[in-house]
Design a protein around this ligand. Sequence first.
Ligand code: PEP
Length: 248
Amino acid sequence: MRRSLVIGNWKMNGSLDSTSEILRAIETTIDDKITCDIGVCVPFVYITAAQEITKPTVITIGAQTVSEYQPGAYTGEVSAHMLEDVGCSWVLIGHSERRTLFNEANAQLVKKVLAAQMTGVTPVYCVGETQEEYKSGATFDVIKDQVEALLNNSAVDLTQLVLAYEPVWAIGTGLTASPEEAQKVHAFIRALVSERDINAANMLRILYGGSVKPDNALSLFGQKDIDGGLIGGASLDAKAFVSICQKA
Ligand code: PEP
């Protein structure tokens, strides 16, 4: 019922040359056995180049953050309208690096989700607990807080949204939540969403992120409530990324 989705997050990596090299390599390796939707979130400055290289029927392009403001006097910011203008399909919102390094908190992130939803760009709202929170058994409380910040705002459109569960301790560390552990959190998120809208909850794609690699993707994506992945490091390696997509 839910079509799988795999999104690469290149973070602040790459160059004009490597953008075209990696995207061309991904496109030429993809075959018709792949049935999931595929997105790649590149740095702002490479979005147009990425669009020119890829066929939107094969790879859709996204950004890694967006301003919560409407166009105007906000030096250095990039608006959702601009992302739409250059053809972005996705924008990551609330990635843990934005939350921790740039102090983006739930209230601001909800505004970003709303800004994206005013355009045709689909927000990918990321949630996840830190290692400390995980160890102290606070995972479900943290996830509840982050998800409810979104659900409590009635203007948020649950049908133009993707969620991503990314335990912070698993991002870029080589550690992953076990498939069973991740499934429990995904089921919990879906249950929270279903309290507001059961149909939207059933349709909502919830991605898992945190050191997904070709050798652990199958067991993670095989879980009932895991609808694909948000892939960091491995998305910069075309072969590994396509291999992950094949498992979704
Ligand atoms: C990420 O940055 O969203 C991520 C999941 O990174 P990695 O796959 O490298 O852990």
